[in-house]
Design a binder for this molecule. Structure first.
Ligand SMILES: *[C@@H]1O[C@H](CO)[C@@H](O)[C@H](O)[C@H]1NC(C)=O
Ligand SMILES: *[C@@H]1O[C@H](CO)[C@@H](O)[C@H](O)[C@H]1NC(C)=O
Ligand SMILES: *[C@@H]1O[C@H](CO)[C@@H](O)[C@H](O)[C@H]1NC(C)=O
Ligand SMILES: *[C@@H]1O[C@H](CO)[C@@H](O)[C@H](O)[C@H]1NC(C)=O
Ligand SMILES: *[C@@H]1O[C@H](CO)[C@@H](O)[C@H](O)[C@H]1NC(C)=O
Ligand SMILES: *[C@@H]1O[C@H](CO)[C@@H](O)[C@H](O)[C@H]1NC(C)=O
Ligand SMILES: *[C@@H]1O[C@H](CO)[C@@H](O)[C@H](O)[C@H]1NC(C)=O
Ligand SMILES: *[C@@H]1O[C@H](CO)[C@@H](O)[C@H](O)[C@H]1NC(C)=O
Length: 451
């Protein structure tokens, strides 16, 4: 993905036969390389793809060409290396026919495409249930026949979104890999196969996508004392990002019906929910009308907390993208929320907000995180382009990149004066035993990785 070779290869492919065009009377293709010592002229006259190398990020995970949006299928492979998938529309500079492209890395810095730079798709629309698009998904271990397995959103051609969506537009489907992510096999269509989650658990949903599958000794332990009415006991939990028309965002909690079966997922209840366009504080964005791309994590001062609830210094979090409550930034907020879990009598869990904040104030969205090395919680998100009106999009020949990969951990500031003004107001921090606590991030790259 990050390779100095690729831009020149693509320029050759896209630019070699482009005809000479006039840019304010100057020679054509050469001027499209943007000589920064002279005024650029009208670059909209440059041929498609001719500005491919001009502003292309060099230290970011980025598709080899074409459209990229959300990160998906972040997963540590059996050899310790990392798999990163992304929403991809190759040979197009705008969203459509959305598929998963993917690459792998040992260091979050140098990435190798699966397939080749001009064919990096590993999952694409091919079945009646996902013919409209392969949306975000999560990879989990010990899946189908023990192989790493993705649960992804399979979409059909019916309308998506607020007030128009019907059950069956977005369903959840399974594919597994026998070669560590190079290729994926979808389950057969129908009973006992794909899609594995197709019924809406409540009516009037505004979305039903982006399943986040996770292991949680914390939730399993919390639920041990309850008399589950659903009888689901599987080791994996999952959330589906959603909302109810006119009522606000909802994160829906499911549990694997029984360990080892990737086709059975039982709805437990709403996990986290907010009122329509609710806001926690002026530091915390807005929860909008519908959630997308949620993650569930537990952090302590060194990173991922994998305890069963016994680590008193650990804190539970959910994060999500919210839609419909921002005038700019493509109408999106990327948010996180520190939560307090309460086991429900029927074997579900409800999460109450303790404090909340914005994951990144820049042009970014769809952050997801995953656990690596049994100790680190690593996050990345989608950075979208400044060129919102698509003025030079065709000339660039690509859109979108990931943020740098970031380690998440708790920042604890001890010995805070309890009389400090504003300390107990709603904000992006919590107060516990005279310590102020909030989640923090640092780049997952070590400086030595960049040498
Ligand atoms: C640049 O060229 C385009 C296409 O001909 C035109 O629509 C636009 O107005 C021009 N922009 C400027 C600043 O001249
Ligand atoms: C979508 O992508 C797949 C895989 O590359 C391809 O087979 C299919 O023809 C594409 N569909 C459309 C409508 O472009
Ligand atoms: C909400 O759901 C009910 C029950 O399924 C249905 O009758 C109604 O038409 C739905 N409303 C909208 C706006 O989709
Ligand atoms: C759960 O198990 C109990 C006891 O076997 C049974 O009565 C109940 O119907 C089961 N619930 C579901 C949803 O299968
Ligand atoms: C479990 O109870 C909660 C309320 O405590 C409810 O919202 C949820 O729908 C219930 N789950 C099921 C599967 O009935
Ligand atoms: C954080 O949790 C991990 C995993 O549960 C544990 O190994 C580590 O010691 C904890 N770190 C701190 C600072 O408590
Ligand atoms: C968390 O919820 C429990 C009830 O499940 C409650 O007793 C406790 O006070 C809550 N903790 C915080 C920090 O709100
Ligand atoms: C509160 O912090 C102090 C100083 O770090 C420590 O000695 C004490 O044990 C803490 N109390 C609790 C209840 O965690």
């Amino acid at each position: 993905m990050i390779s100095s070779l690729l831009p020149s290869l693509l320029l050759l492919a896209l630019g070699a036969c482009a005809s000479e065009v006039d840019i304010n009377g100057r020679a054509s293709d050469a001027a499209c390389s943007l000589d920064q010592t002279v005024a650029p002229g009208n670059l909209t006259h440059c041929p498609d793809g001719s500005l491919f190398a001009t502003w292309r990020p060099k230290a970011r995970f980025i598709a080899p060409e074409g459209w990229l949006n959300d990160p998906m299928a972040l997963w540590q492979r059996s050899d310790g290396s990392f798999h990163a998938g992304y929403q991809f529309n190759p040979q197009h500079t705008q969203w459509g026919n959305i598929s998963m492209g993917a690459a792998h890395s040992k260091d979050f810095t140098h990435w190798t495409d699966f397939g080749s730079w001009d064919n990096a798709k590993t999952i694409w629309p091919s079945q009646v249930y996902d013919i409209r698009g392969v949306f975000d998904g999560t990879v989990f271990q010990n899946g189908f026949d023990g192989y790493p397995t993705i649960l992804y959103t399979s979409t059909y051609t019916t309308a998506l979104g607020v007030g128009v969506e019907i059950p069956g537009s977005e369903t959840q489907s399974i594919a597994y890999t026998m070669d560590e992510g190079a290729s994926w096999i979808k389950l057969n269509f129908g009973e006992g196969g794909n899609p594995v989650i197709y019924e809406w658990p409540m009516t009037n949903l505004t979305g039903f996508r982006d399943p986040y599958v996770f292991l949680s000794p914390r939730l399993s332990t919390l639920l041990k004392g309850t008399a589950s009415t659903t009888n689901a006991t599987g080791e994996h939990f999952l959330t589906i990002s959603s909302g109810v028309d006119g009522a606000g965002g909802k994160l829906l909690l499911y549990r694997q019906t029984k360990t080892g079966d990737v086709t059975g997922w039982t709805f437990l209840g709403p996990f986290f929910e907010t009122a329509l366009t609710e806001s926690w504080s002026s530091y915390s964005g807005n929860f909008g009308t519908n959630y997308e791309t949620a993650s569930v994590t537990r952090l302590n001062a060194s990173g991922a907390a994998l305890d069963d609830g016994s680590d008193a210094t650990a804190q539970d979090f959910v994060s999500m993208g919210t839609e419909g409550s921002r005038a700019d930034h493509e109408f999106h907020w990327p948010l996180w929320v520190a939560v307090n879990y309460t086991a429900q009598a029927n074997g579900s869990v409800a999460a109450q907000p303790l404090y909340a904040g914005v994951v990144d104030w820049g042009r970014s969205y769809a952050f997801v995180s995953f656990t690596i090395d049994g100790a680190r919680q690593v996050s990345t998100g989608w950075i979208y382009e400044d060129d919102e009106s698509l003025v030079l999009t065709a000339q660039r020949g690509y859109q979108g990149a990931f943020s740098l990969f970031r380690d998440l951990y708790l920042k604890v500031i001890p010995n805070v004066d309890p009389s400090m003004a504003g300390l107990y107001e709603p904000g992006y921090w919590g107060v516990n035993n005279a310590s102020v606590i909030h989640p923090f991030r640092r780049n997952a790259l070590q400086p030595s990785d960049l040498l």
